[in-house]
Design a protein around this ligand. Structure first.
Ligand SMILES: *[C@@H]1O[C@H](CO)[C@@H](O)[C@H](O)[C@H]1NC(C)=O
Ligand SMILES: *[C@@H]1O[C@H](CO)[C@@H](O)[C@H](O)[C@H]1NC(C)=O
Ligand SMILES: *[C@@H]1O[C@H](CO)[C@@H](O)[C@H](O)[C@H]1NC(C)=O
Ligand SMILES: *[C@@H]1O[C@H](CO)[C@@H](O)[C@H](O)[C@H]1NC(C)=O
Ligand SMILES: *[C@@H]1O[C@H](CO)[C@@H](O)[C@H](O)[C@H]1NC(C)=O
Ligand SMILES: *[C@@H]1O[C@H](CO)[C@@H](O)[C@H](O)[C@H]1NC(C)=O
Ligand SMILES: *[C@@H]1O[C@H](CO)[C@@H](O)[C@H](O)[C@H]1NC(C)=O
Ligand SMILES: *[C@@H]1O[C@H](CO)[C@@H](O)[C@H](O)[C@H]1NC(C)=O
Ligand SMILES: *[C@@H]1O[C@H](CO)[C@@H](O)[C@H](O)[C@H]1NC(C)=O
Length: 483
């Protein structure tokens, strides 16, 4: 009894009086190297039929904004993908009777070429004959892609969130989907693409839902069918979204738990494949108004980017590039002729500029309930030991971070601190070092100027803010490339 009381006192003192976190980066080895195009984008298949592609492709602002966050992977998929068939020879952009036309597909290929995108396309798994997937329409699409003459290299997925099909009144069980993927691989191999097309799946809604994901990984042949293992992550349903979840450590830990499990199972049962986060956002569907389109979404965004890279995910597909109501990086104007950047766009831009594909280990970065979260990579495009950390303070008060790596203590610090002008954080504009981020004009992006601070062994991070800090002379060995 006495011991319990004393322990309780010590524990609470430690938790409530302390606002110091230690930052210690493993300076011997890398944790992981992601795909160079790690941060990539989903375009929901429901956008296929009714986007004004001609207007957008020729729009100056769209081109300026897109070029800055390209090249990248783009995944076309989503619930609607399982309800659409391809109709060749149709020269109109159309979406009638759940078909999409050659013109629509060709427009996507133009987008792919213009911005040097790598495309993965979700095939419709609900085209079935009896218990089996029917590949006929997929073959028509693949042969059409072949006719485009290598202009558009396409990779494939099959089905979207099959673990939730029962909610739509369908069922494709684990052993059946393995048979279907095996057939899909054969179907792709029959087409004489000049370069190999990958097959990724099973794009489950959650790796922890009903054992579906685990059963698929176990029953799938360990080689020869899947090139990449995919799953999705949304923190919650949009209709029960709450602003306070954005900075609740327990809510953020949901992704930590799922990603840990997914990485572990993939390594055990499909170790020859690439682990891919196939679709991720704070909330399902179109996202949540006042959260997904504001400063608030940045906590979940940066935390999931950091965790996924550290837990060996090669590609992170942010949902979405454009076309979802609240969760888009680029918000379409009502006439769909141009776009406006959202707070998530500016985070994306900074991430791609600063964060390299070499991932470092930060001590404690997978422990639960952290109020201060820090992830570290080698700085993008450098070979001299320069490091970038991205970090967030979920707490209601300022927090201090004490640096443990000696050379980092004497490196200057280039701060890119992001904040909200509104105290409730639900602002649709985002501040970089206190200044609003916005386009200078349709052709010029703002300078992303860091606030240069002198070397210090202490980082003071204000309450409920996040950002990036570059340490140009961190001198971390695995970030140095001699040859
Ligand atoms: C990615 O796109 C580039 C540029 O179009 C292309 O050269 C490359 O083959 C693509 N890579 C993959 C894996 O599709
Ligand atoms: C899975 O589905 C197939 C085809 O519908 C069926 O033949 C098989 O019995 C099912 N397997 C299990 C374990 O339910
Ligand atoms: C594909 O290529 C193989 C080997 O090059 C060839 O035997 C086959 O006939 C080709 N198939 C088609 C449909 O062109
Ligand atoms: C992984 O793939 C390589 C090359 O494709 C193959 O040689 C190896 O046997 C595979 N490993 C496993 C565990 O299947
Ligand atoms: C990342 O670094 C590479 C190599 O220097 C550079 O080509 C690329 O443009 C950088 N990425 C961004 C988004 O600035
Ligand atoms: C951390 O706590 C100490 C004492 O409680 C306080 O003086 C300090 O200002 C706090 N640091 C920050 C960054 O708020
Ligand atoms: C390497 O890391 C250890 C512990 O994190 C730290 O004490 C040491 O100062 C670091 N050394 C260098 C050269 O960064
Ligand atoms: C955009 O701003 C730059 C720099 O101020 C200027 O040179 C350029 O002409 C402007 N472009 C347009 C289309 O207004
Ligand atoms: C490392 O390279 C970056 C980018 O070129 C530069 O800003 C930084 O000053 C360099 N660091 C050192 C220690 O030379």
């Amino acid at each position: 009894m006495h011991i319990v009381c004393i322990l309780f006192l010590v524990y609470t003192t430690f938790v409530y009086a302390q606002n110091i976190t230690f930052l210690s980066i493993n300076n011997d080895t890398l944790a992981f190297v992601t795909d160079p195009l790690y941060l990539s984008y989903v375009i929901d298949a429901k956008v296929l039929p009714n986007w004004k592609s001609d207007a957008l492709i020729h729009d100056t602002r769209f081109n300026t904004l897109m070029r800055a966050i390209s090249p990248a992977w783009v995944r076309i998929g989503g619930t609607q993908g399982d309800h659409m068939t391809f109709k060749e020879g149709d020269t109109n952009n159309r979406f009638e009777d759940n078909t999409f036309s050659s013109k629509t597909f060709q427009d996507f290929c133009i987008l792919v070429q213009n911005f040097r995108l790598n495309l993965t396309f979700g095939l419709n798994l609900l085209l079935r004959e009896g218990n089996l997937w029917n590949p006929t329409n997929a073959e028509v699409l693949m042969n059409y892609i072949l006719k485009l003459g290598g202009k558009c290299r396409v990779h494939f997925e099959l089905g979207n969130e099959p673990d939730l099909y029962f909610a739509q009144g369908y069922a494709v069980n684990e052993s059946q989907i393995v048979t279907d993927f095996t057939l899909a691989r054969k179907t792709i191999d029959k087409v004489n693409f000049t370069q190999r097309s990958f097959l990724w799946g099973p794009d489950v809604a959650s790796p922890l839902y009903s054992g579906y994901f685990l059963n698929v990984l176990k029953s799938m042949p360990p080689t020869g069918v899947l090139d990449g293992v995919t799953y999705h992550h949304f923190y919650d349903q949009a209709d029960i979204a709450d602003p306070v979840y954005s900075y609740d450590p327990l809510v953020l830990d949901k992704f930590l738990d799922r990603a840990t499990q997914a990485a572990d199972w993939t390594q055990t049962y499909q170790k020859n494949t690439t682990l891919i986060l196939g679709s991720v956002a704070d909330y399902t569907g179109d996202g949540a108004g006042g959260i997904s389109d504001t400063f608030l979404q940045g906590f979940m965004y940066l935390d999931s980017l950091g965790i996924a890279a550290y837990l060996k995910h090669s590609i992170y597909f942010k949902n979405s590039l454009f076309g979802t109501k609240y969760s888009s990086l680029l918000e379409l104007t009502p006439d769909r002729s141009t776009v406006n950047p959202t707070p998530a766009y500016w985070i994306t831009l900074l991430y791609r500029r600063l964060v390299g594909s070499k991932v470092l280990s930060v001590t404690g970065s997978t422990s639960r309930e952290r109020k201060v979260r820090i992830y570290a990579h080698c700085q993008n495009g450098t070979k001299n030991g320069s490091v970038v950390i991205y970090l967030m303070n979920l707490a209601v008060s300022g927090q201090e971070i004490e640096i443990r790596n000696d050379p980092m203590k004497v490196s200057p610090q280039y701060w890119y601190l992001l904040s909200s002008p509104d105290p409730d954080l639900s602002s649709k504009v985002i501040l970089l070092n206190g200044d609003i981020l916005s386009l200078t004009n349709n052709t010029i992006l703002p300078e992303l100027t860091p606030d240069i601070k002198p070397a210090s062994n202490l980082i003071k991070l204000p309450a409920r803010q996040y950002g990036f800090i570059v340490f140009p002379s961190a001198n971390v060995k695995p970030c140095k490339v001699s040859k």
